[in-house]
Design a protein around this ligand. Structure first.
Ligand code: FE2
Ligand code: FE2
Length: 272
């Protein structure tokens, strides 16, 4: 069991967000803004799925998961609250969130399905989030230094994603979820996630007026396909999820532990 601490982040999310807050780079800003747009809705779905899944466990198992699930819900609820404030600033910048209504429609199709499907979808998304988080923690320079507040927000969120990466997976296993469905949902989630993140990033760049600039595409090529880029740097970790004996704890979380230890002045632990 993982001991999950809920932390109140000491950042001012009321202050407005600059148009190119991420190191003055239009592409990176648009990409992180797109991810932020998916969180309030997505993380509510993760909370509901894990909470509902845990309720279906036999009583002795429920007791085993009680504290961890509580910590998971507390962490995700804090993330979605801060990202809702963040997204409010993006609305004022003229960006339009198309990801959320699209995902909502898709999830309506799950009404009445076996709750383990929702837990499997959550576990797949959490794997994605955990590898992205580890990549961000290892490449913190990509946030630049022009907005320390948002840099802290992203790294704190990353550290906690890495910290709770086993919860949905373990609930799914405890519910007797099959390997076949686990990897099937990973394949589907991958297609939807990549499609959504690309479409929202392009849309953000369009509204920002930087979609057709050479510098935008140069930055995209380097941060996606460069040596330490998002795609090249994470493919192997993503692929491991398909192994029958995979468990999220097999992947390193040292960067998360280190960030939380070195930045304890950035947050206050609260009860879950
Ligand atoms: Fe989160
Ligand atoms: Fe998460």
């Amino acid at each position: 069991m993982t001991d999950l601490v809920v932390r109140r982040l000491l950042v001012d999310m009321e202050a407005p967000i600059a148009r190119h807050w991420c190191d003055g780079d239009a592409f990176r800003t648009a990409l992180f803004n797109a991810l932020s747009m998916s969180f309030p809705f997505g993380e509510q779905f993760f909370i509901d799925s894990v909470r509902n899944g845990a309720k279906l466990l036999p009583e002795h198992q429920q007791e085993r998961f009680r504290k961890e699930v509580q910590g998971f819900i507390g962490q995700e609820a804090t993330h979605r609250r801060l990202h809702s404030l963040y997204n409010g600033h993006l609305d004022k910048l003229g960006l339009v969130n198309h990801w959320e209504p699209r995902a909502k429609k898709r999830l309506d199709l799950l009404a009445g399905a076996d709750p383990r499907h929702c837990v499997a979808i959550t576990a797949a998304n959490e794997h994605f989030t955990a590898i992205l988080a580890d990549w961000m923690l290892h490449n913190a320079h990509l946030f630049g230094d022009s907005d320390e507040r948002l840099k802290t927000l992203w790294l704190w969120h990353s550290a906690e994603e890495s910290e709770h990466k086993c919860t949905a997976f373990d609930v799914y296993q405890a519910l007797g979820g099959s390997h076949e469905w686990r990897v099937t949902w990973m394949r589907r989630v991958t297609v939807f996630f990549l499609g959504d993140v690309i479409r929202q990033t392009v849309n953000n760049l369009y509204h920002d007026g930087t979609l057709f600039k050479w510098s935008t595409w140069k930055s995209a090529a380097s941060y996606l396909f460069g040596k330490r880029g998002l795609v090249r740097g994470n493919y192997k970790a993503w692929r491991e999820y398909f192994r029958p004996d995979f468990h999220p704890s097999q992947q390193d979380s040292a960067a998360s532990v280190r960030w939380l230890a070195e930045n304890s002045n950035a947050f206050v632990p609260v009860a879950a």
